[in-house]
Design a protein around this ligand. Structure first.
Ligand code: SF4
Length: 199
């Protein structure tokens, strides 16, 4: 299979506000049941209440089969202040940070499409329920209604079982998991990651 040239898409990621962007081979991406299981134990508030989160999102097994049809992925990452990621009183800023990654995933998916990669799809970080529908009691899709944010809503990398820290290491990025109880002063890299996958 010829490898697509994603240099232009990588440049567009940086133009659109990503701080880092790298092209990796999909065959190097680890998709793990253990990652998706983290949505369930301990249970994330979005587990079962969002059409794009487990158990409604594609399972790791389904996603591995999908990914086998694609050759490369553009990984993009955006840094945010550690306080935004961990502080209880910065929930609105945290939502905006996650929304920025959803927007990058959607915009780069669209850019890839118009570059000729018509099967490209983008995956962000986080749950569209907490990012876009936090003020709604229920996910409209799970109520049998149309999605309220159809161009933006999609499963996250972690929801389908992608080990974000493993792919970041492939890109040479030294990222660390940041829990809500972390001391912001001790967080070296506070960032969010998404990817766009192309055939
Ligand atoms: S954006 Fe809202 S309505 Fe759409 S899938 Fe996500 S939670 Fe459901």
């Amino acid at each position: 299979m010829n490898q697509p040239d994603l240099d232009s898409l990588r440049a567009q990621a940086l133009d659109l506000g990503a701080d880092r962007a790298a092209v990796i081979s999909t065959s190097d991406i680890a998709v793990s049941e253990a990652v998706a299981f983290k949505c369930r134990v301990p249970r994330c508030p979005n587990y079962g209440v969002c059409a794009n989160c487990p158990p409604h999102s594609p399972t790791p097994k389904e996603f591995r089969a999908v990914l086998a049809n694609f050759s490369q992925a553009l990984l993009f990452n955006k840094r945010f202040a550690p306080e935004v990621m961990v502080s209880p009183d910065q929930a609105a800023e945290r939502r905006e940070a996650f929304a920025a990654i959803f927007k990058l995933a959607a915009d780069l998916e669209s850019a890839a499409f118009y570059d000729g990669h018509y099967l490209a799809f983008g995956l962000p970080a986080g749950s569209c329920k907490s990012v876009f529908c936090h003020a709604h009691e229920h996910c409209a899709v799970l109520q049998g209604q149309p999605c309220l944010f159809p161009a933006m809503a999609r499963p996250s990398m972690e929801a389908v079982g992608i080990d974000v820290f493993q792919v970041a290491a492939l890109a040479g990025w030294d990222m660390q998991p940041v829990g809500r109880g972390a001391d912001p002063n001790k967080v070296a890299d506070s960032s969010l990651t998404g990817m766009v996958v192309v055939v």
